[in-house]
Design a protein around this ligand. Structure first.
Ligand code: HEC
Length: 392
């Protein structure tokens, strides 16, 4: 009963997380696109940077962008913040339910580093808080005013953190913490900088004073960082479905590579929006993705002796059915995880591809290698799959 309930809580949180995240990233993309497409008006207007016309859903719209702020505040001014807050709240809750609640198995991997569950949770939460503080003070330091060195240092620090995390946590948990950190930085940018600065500007205007342009600039800087974070953070969030990334032995470098490809792609869009043509950014990003596909190419089993199905069955009996069965015997598992069961030859046959991915390519199963599978056994499973996964 409890398992079923947590599955439903997890499903609901994930659903809310994706919906609010889509709303947040959607508005972020939209405003970024607006900024890139606003052009000076035909008849210039005092204090106005430009305007833009668009048609959508059968209606015509005109947006005017002010250099700093309009001379007089309108009665109704829309703010965009709840998308960000709810994305973070649902995301952090999901991290709690999906990972921290079962930190022993979901975060810790004893083959990587022998942590206790609570220690892993403490490290995870510290990474989020410490990562944000480091970023925040770097932004405020003189380096924050130099975009290129700042971006390079940020990338190096993030990659170092990814390297550290894959040597402390299970690889999926390491990846998800990198995603959670970027998401935390993005939401904290909205909560601690962008919204308060906008508030100060609006308050000054209500008092009839000139709003301070520096506040607007600081908010714009954080907004720009968030813009470059969007594609990397989305990759990390979906990486959970791609064990060839987080399960690879160079997983930290793959995370860095795909994040870089994402940021370059974002940069290409930004340049294009500003009417600046660029011929090499997208090909570099694409070449990077192809190179990573080659690097993660699985090993060949062409020379392996023919494998009998009985051998495969014996390995699964010894290393997997403790959890993956209609009646699991492993402590803490009331039902088969993800509904994956190896009780019958049919079930095993239908799972051949996923068994290969999980056990051979990425080695994330058996979970935390709690059942001590050997290298030979992994090879037998890999060869069996490459021989067409016979069940005779
Ligand atoms: C200690 C319990 C445990 C053992 C032992 C174990 N697994 Fe798993 N397995 C899990 C859990 C938990 C999940 C779900 C992970 C998740 O949430 O994605 C899972 C998921 C899977 C999946 C589905 C992954 C996907 O999303 O496609 C496959 C396939 C799998 N395991 C295969 C195996 C094989 C093969 C073995 C034996 C070599 C094995 N597992 C041993 C706990 C276990």
């Amino acid at each position: 009963m409890f398992d079923n309930l947590t599955d439903w809580i997890e499903l609901t949180l994930r659903w809310v997380h994706i919906v609010t995240g889509a709303a947040w990233i959607g508005t972020s993309f939209y405003f970024n696109w607006l900024n890139n497409h606003i052009r000076p008006m035909e008849v210039p207007e005092e204090g106005v940077a430009g305007d833009l016309w668009s048609v959508h859903g059968g209606h015509f719209y005109r947006v005017v962008k002010y250099r700093v702020a309009p001379p007089k505040l309108p009665k109704i001014l829309h703010w965009f913040k709840w998308e960000a807050y709810f994305t973070w709240i649902s995301g952090f809750s999901l991290l709690g339910v999906a990972y921290y609640l079962h930190a022993d198995t979901m975060v810790v991997d004893r083959g990587v580093y022998p942590l206790e569950g609570w220690q892993a949770v403490a490290i995870g939460v510290s990474v989020l808080a410490g990562g944000w503080l480091t970023y925040h003070f770097l932004c405020k330091s003189p380096l924050g005013k130099k975009p290129v060195p700042f971006a390079i240092l940020g990338f190096v620090l993030m990659t170092a953190l990814a390297y550290g995390l894959v040597h402390l946590f299970g690889s999926r948990a390491a990846y998800i913490h990198m995603g959670a950190l970027i998401g935390t930085i993005m939401a904290a940018n909205v909560f601690f900088v962008i919204i308060p600065n906008q508030r100060v500007m609006v308050d000054a205007m209500t008092r009839g004073e000139e709003p301070e342009a520096a506040k607007g600039l600081e908010a714009a800087q954080r907004s720009l960082h968030n813009n470059y974070f969007t594609l990397p953070v989305l990759f990390i969030m979906v990486s959970n479905h791609y064990p060839m990334t987080y399960g690879h032995k160079w997983n930290w470098a793959i995370l860095a590579g795909i994040s870089l490809a994402g940021a370059l792609t974002r940069h290409w869009f930004n340049l294009r929006g500003q009417g600046r043509k660029n011929a090499y950014l997208l090909p570099i990003a694409a070449a990077g993705m192809v190179a990573m596909a080659f690097v993660t190419m699985p090993k060949s089993y062409d020379d392996h002796r023919p494998v009998e199905f009985a051998e495969v069955r014996a390995i699964l009996e010894a290393r997997c059915v403790q959890c993956h069965s209609a009646t699991p015997t492993f402590e803490g598992f009331a039902t088969a995880p993800k509904g994956v069961m190896f009780d019958t030859p049919q079930q095993i046959a239908s799972m051949a591809q996923r068994i290969n991915t999980q056990v051979v390519v990425t080695r994330v199963m058996p979970l935390g290698n709690l059942t001590h599978i050997t290298e030979e056994e992994r090879d037998v499973l890999g060869a069996w799959f490459h021989q067409g996964a016979p069940t005779e």
